[in-house]
Design a protein around this ligand. Structure first.
Ligand code: FE2
Length: 289
């Protein structure tokens, strides 16, 4: 008999898998996870005796390739360097898809709360399929008809860590095969540009999504325009922000709770907090097919 129940909370909301406070997330049937994840795009796990080792073992069941964030503010967990701390600081973060402005977007990102903030610090999530349904027709038409262009710099230390080489021309060639134009500046920073449709099918549900990184402040230095060079107007961004806000869900995670997101469909962010003891960890990966 299963010692957990599955609670669907409605379209565009995460499905919750609720344990009886005695079992492990590793006891959850594989198919229960896969099917509910495909449908809902976001799973919240409550009522399990989950620690970081179980979090790691649980996620590796579904991972074909685990990605490490190369930015230096990420601290690897002692259990595995494939688990990393989240963005440094205590400020709020706008909704974004993890590395959604690059062709290296992981399919899945999962978070584990080791220590919640005493106040604030909620994880925000938003189903971008809901944003699409919400957008005014004229704005939706803009996103359907135009590609987005992302421009960003990758410092020498970061690209060497990510691509595991110091051969810049090899990296440039590889990026070209991924559709990224990159040139080096005098500091050996790679100045990269990638164009991609704003609206695309999510990896698991097949729903149309707009899990695009349109909020400029999430990734420092990220420049976002349409591919034809036109700026995304404040009106269009404001409508995107309105629709996203309407469908944003705040998750106040407790110690031992985890969340699993379809990173091709759900956006995530966080609310501001002041408590320096908050500890949230993430693992991100390409999923098994
Ligand atoms: Fe993130």
């Amino acid at each position: 008999m299963k010692n957990y129940r599955i609670e669907e909370t409605g379209q565009y909301f995460p499905t919750e898998i609720v344990g009886d406070n005695s079992g492990s997330v590793l006891d959850i049937a594989y198919q229960d996870v896969v099917q509910n994840f495909e449908n809902a795009g976001a799973l919240v796990f409550s009522g399990f005796k989950c620690d970081i080792e179980e979090f790691y073992r649980f996620n590796t069941q579904f991972a074909a390739k685990i990605l490490r964030d190369p930015f230096e503010d990420r601290i690897p967990h002692k259990v595995s360097d494939e688990i990393q701390s989240v963005t440094i600081g205590t400020g709020g973060l706008e909704l974004h898809a993890e590395f959604g402005h690059t062709p290296f977007r992981p399919d899945v990102i999962s978070f584990f709360c080791e220590t919640p903030a005493s106040e604030g610090g909620a994880t925000t999530i938003c189903d971008s399929a809901a944003i699409l349904m919400e957008l005014e027709r004229s704005v939706l038409d803009v996103f359907l008809s135009k590609k987005i262009r992302y421009e960003f710099g990758i410092s020498e230390r970061v690209w060497q860590k990510f691509f595991l080489t110091n051969d810049m021309s090899a990296v440039q060639k590889y990026l070209k095969t991924m559709g990224v134009d990159a040139h080096a500046d005098r500091y050996r920073t790679l100045c990269a540009a990638w164009e991609t449709p704003a609206v695309f099918k999510s990896r698991f549900s097949g729903l149309n999504s707009i899990a695009s990184n349109l909020f400029e402040r999430t990734y420092p230095g990220l420049r976002i325009t349409f591919a034809d060079g036109e700026e995304i107007s404040p009106e269009v961004l404001s409508e995107f922000g309105r629709a996203a806000k309407l469908h944003t869900v705040e998750l106040k995670l407790n110690s031992g709770q985890m969340v699993m997101l379809d990173n091709t469909r759900f956006l995530h962010g966080r609310r501001e907090f002041l408590d320096p003891l908050r500890k949230l960890f993430a693992i991100q990966y390409m999923a098994r097919s």
